[in-house]
Design a protein around this ligand. Structure first.
Ligand code: PMP
Length: 386
């Protein structure tokens, strides 16, 4: 059996698809030390540069003294701390939803929410480029899954119309995690209204970045706000722009109460350490107050886009911090990433099955903690490698 695994791994390696970890010696930031060498990284999701902020660190430190390290048990047993309760209120208010529920991770939030809402005999519809956690959640739910071509609303509408399922649910990334584009959410919501379906929006990459004060994609498209709260399920993660860890689902109070009772990844897991809730509360205050972080991020995105003119690769159309540089071939993407790494620049080569075959890419992610000089260095290295 082990031999078969070794053989399969060797085959992955031969196709340029074997994955390896690198060990960091400093926190994962735009500027870090990996295997003894300083690098500029374009691969973490700390979009606002908050992950190491002293106010978050201090909030976590103080909460550790007051609440200890471990939550001790699941929320429904004896793990639901006042810091969790307070953060849930703050998150709901911040995104403009009636109520919110914390989950340990985004992966678990998607699995928990989707499997609590649909099951056998129901129908779930997902964009073909949705994040793996949404795909897995749909499969686990046992509802009939239709994956629609990326952004193809006509296809989706035909399938919604043809479905006689009791409960229908449409699920989508708000910002597609490997492409950086934004889903047409007002149009998706209109379809869901016409065909009486729930709409679950995964805003892992928009929360903190999009909309007024970084309140997320619901504020980027204000027509999505309150009157629709009863059919919207909003999910966002707290380990990306918020710089901490965890996730939450926000929506109608009845939906949240249902999830407290039925979301298995909520009920049957230990609550996240309260110290993380304290760090997220501190992060929320900075996200709301410090517009300069988003302004800086947008200036860096514009600098990168402008500097790509004349290079033999193109960036996918994206106005978010996810800026994918398309290479195509797996081995060529790896070679380009390797060439950049030799120049002290870390960029992740993303290959199938994470992205469709033939679209291997460098997924460049930018952060407010990058300097304009970092972008210049990346562009100069790409020029050399062209
Ligand atoms: N949804 C999307 C769109 C994501 O990109 C991610 C993280 N890569 C997740 C969900 C999962 O979030 P977490 O890392 O908190 O499990």
């Amino acid at each position: 059996m082990i031999d078969a695994l070794a053989q399969a791994l060797a085959e992955l390696d031969a196709q340029g698809l074997k994955r390896r970890r690198r060990t960091l010696e400093t926190p994962s930031r735009a500027h870090m030390l990996i295997e003894g060498r300083p690098v500029v990284a374009f691969c973490n999701n700390d979009y606002l540069g908050l992950a190491g902020h002293p106010e978050l660190v201090n909030a976590a430190r103080q909460a550790t003294v007051e609440a200890g390290v471990g939550a001790g048990s699941a929320h429904l047993v004896a793990g639901h701390h006042k810091l969790h309760e307070q953060l849930e209120r703050e998150l709901a208010d911040f995104v403009g939803m009636p109520d919110a529920l914390l989950f340990s991770t985004g992966y678990m939030a998607n699995i928990g929410a989707i499997t609590a809402l649909v099951g056998r005999g129901d129908a779930v519809f997902g964009d073909r480029l949705n994040h793996a956690s949404l795909v897995d959640a749909c499969l686990l739910s046992r509802a009939e899954l239709t994956r629609y071509p990326h952004g193809d609303l006509d296809f989706l509408e035909a399938k919604l119309k043809a479905s006689s399922a009791k409960t229908k649910l449409v699920v989508t990334d708000a910002v597609f995690s490997m492409d950086g584009d934004i889903a047409p959410l007002p149009e998706l919501l209109a379809l869901c209204e016409r065909h009486d379906a729930w709409l679950l929006i995964d805003d892992a990459h928009g929360f903190g970045v999009l909309g007024e004060q970084g309140r997320g994609v619901l504020w980027h498209f204000p027509s999505l706000l309150t009157p629709h709260a009863s059919r919207l399920i909003y999910m966002a993660t707290l380990g990306k722009a918020a710089g901490v860890f965890g996730a939450f689902v926000a929506g109608h109070a009845t939906l949240i109460e249902w999830l407290v009772n039925k979301a298995r990844t909520y009920v049957y897991t230990t609550a996240t350490p309260p110290l993380l809730a304290a760090a997220v509360s501190a992060s929320l205050r900075l996200i709301a107050a410090e517009d300069w972080r988003r302004e800086r991020l947008h200036a860096l995105i514009a600098q990168l886009k402008a500097g790509m003119a004349g290079l033999p690769w193109t960036l996918m159309p994206s106005d978010t911090p996810i800026q994918p540089l398309i290479v195509g071939d797996n081995a060529a993407a790896l070679r380009l990433a390797e060439g950049l790494r030799a120049r002290g620049l870390m960029t992740p080569a993303i290959r199938p099955p994470t992205v469709p075959a033939g679209t291997a890419r460098l997924r460049l992610s930018l952060s407010a903690s990058h300097e304009p000089a970092d972008i210049e260095r990346l562009l100069a290295a790409l020029q050399e490698l062209a």
